[in-house]
Design a protein around this ligand. Sequence first.
Ligand code: DGP
Length: 123
Amino acid sequence: MTQDSYDPENIFARILRGDIPCDKIYEDEYALAFHDVNPQAPTHALVIPKGQYISAQDFSAAASDAEIAGLIRAVGHVARELGLADPGFRILANHGTDAGQEVPHFHIHIFGGGPLGPMLLTD
Ligand code: DGP
């Protein structure tokens, strides 16, 4: 997945518009957080910026300082709200083809709810 321009019909854009539902955890002016539809851990949340950013690269280059701070603060808020701060959790963002990014709206995964195993799965 590598593209130059933001696709306003991507699934997370549609969730942000309210066109399709999500299991919402948290929302503020910068971010929306909801449960992943296909969880890869006992707890698997997604935190997305409200602005139209394709990926980690796009977000880091083009988002304002307030948007970047807002998203990272939202990640911390969600982790606390889900009770993950003490037992621990993992955050991850896939960028582009090699990482297997599926949805072209920047998102941060939060995994937790039990021991998560090695950081990367290797064969
Ligand atoms: P990534 O591979 O990093 O692009 O992760 C995309 C994630 O988005 C994947 O874990 C599944 C999740 N996902 C895809 N479509 C939907 C949806 O319609 N609703 C929710 N809640 N999650 C979705």
